[in-house]
Design a protein around this ligand. Structure first.
Ligand SMILES: [Zn+2]
Length: 350
């Protein structure tokens, strides 16, 4: 009886000790998780501040503590802590009341921006993520240490502005700036960057099918909008809010090929359309594909022969209507959905 009682006590003691050990382990694990999370958040904030300072410098704007606070939405004490870390790491320095990047800070900011663009390029080319969502995903993923993406180098970057930063000495400005000078009508410019924030405005620009690498010719400058023709023959009216987010360059040397192209487009303006609008058996030549036809879909269309100057002809509708439709290209018949055909620009032939 007594023995049994002692044994019972022993088991209870062992159980309590085990429970105690378990609590300590759990406590340590959660403390570590909290610490990791805190470190990650600090890293993200640090990187965002470096990027912000870099962009401010690009715009030739001074940045003080208040401006950084407004941007980061951190409490002053917390921001002060992060500023102190960055000062210690010699990524930033004070210049009177302003805060500036050091050379090391500039380098790190450029690395983050490059990573951001790499992620965007990858999402653009190799996934079907909605174009308006690409930027916000990149904003999160750019802070990750475990970034390992395969990039196909065959296609251009979604945002060529990144290459400009590395210093080709090209000075870009927004289309809006053209409104200051009426002499800009009939001048040709190249789109070099489209601001992907705020999302609503970016989405509108995408819907108009205005894209990086497009050439545009200014046709009319009005009080609230600008009319442009693109190198695929679209006439588009853009209001000033959008025009402020589309960045262009004026090419230093005269680009004769592009000038001939625009002359041809303007001469044949009434014949230009998108593929979905052609009548059955209306022959046409291809002017180009939308930039927003991406990845696998783009590769497939190019392989089939949907390239500039190829001949194309709608052969017949399907039994239920005009979506999808069958087209003849390079002696092959191929079915395309309306949504695809809307993004293929053509010039009717007689
Ligand atoms: Zn972006």
């Amino acid at each position: 009886m007594i023995q049994k009682k002692y044994m019972y006590n022993d088991i209870r003691l062992i159980f309590i000790i085990l429970l105690f050990i378990l609590v300590i382990i759990l406590f340590k694990i959660s403390a570590k998780l909290i610490k990791n999370r805190k470190n990650r958040l600090i890293k993200e904030k640090k990187e965002d501040i470096l990027k912000f300072l870099y962009n401010q410098a690009e715009k030739n704007q001074e940045t003080n503590f208040e401006k950084i606070q407004l941007f980061s939405k951190l409490k002053p004490e917390k921001l002060m802590k992060i500023i102190n870390i960055l000062l210690k790491e010699r990524k930033i320095k004070y210049d009177k009341e302003n805060i500036k990047l050091t050379n090391d800070g500039v380098k790190e900011a450029q690395e983050i921006i490059e990573k951001h663009r790499k992620i965007e390029k990858y999402l653009f080319e190799s996934t079907s993520v909605k174009i308006e969502e690409i930027h916000s995903i990149a904003e999160k993923e750019e802070h990750s240490n475990k970034l390992n993406i395969e990039l196909a180098n065959t296609y251009q970057c979604i945002d060529p502005h990144g290459d400009v930063i590395k210093g080709q000495g090209v000075h870009s400005f927004s289309i809006l700036k053209l409104t200051q000078n009426l002499d800009n009508t009939n001048k040709i410019f190249k789109i070099i960057h489209i601001e992907d924030e705020p999302r609503e405005i970016y989405s509108k620009i995408v819907q108009l099918d205005i894209a990086p690498f497009d050439y545009i010719k200014i046709k009319e400058i009005n009080t609230n909008s600008i009319k442009i023709i693109t190198n695929r023959g679209q006439l588009i009216e853009i209001d000033f809010i959008l025009a402020g987010n589309i960045f262009i360059v004026e090419e230093e040397n005269k680009n004769e090929e592009i000038e001939i192209l625009f002359n041809e487009i303007e001469e044949n303006f009434d014949l230009i359309s998108t593929l979905d609008k052609l009548k059955i058996n209306q022959k046409a030549k291809i002017l180009g594909l939308s930039f927003y036809i991406r990845g696998e879909e783009k590769r497939r269309l190019l392989e089939l022969g949907f390239v500039r100057n190829s001949l194309v002809e709608p052969l017949y509708n399907n039994m239920l209507g005009d979506d999808p439709r069958v087209y003849k290209i390079k002696n092959t018949a191929i079915a395309l959905r309306k949504e695809q055909a809307q993004k293929i620009y053509v010039q009717k032939l007689n």
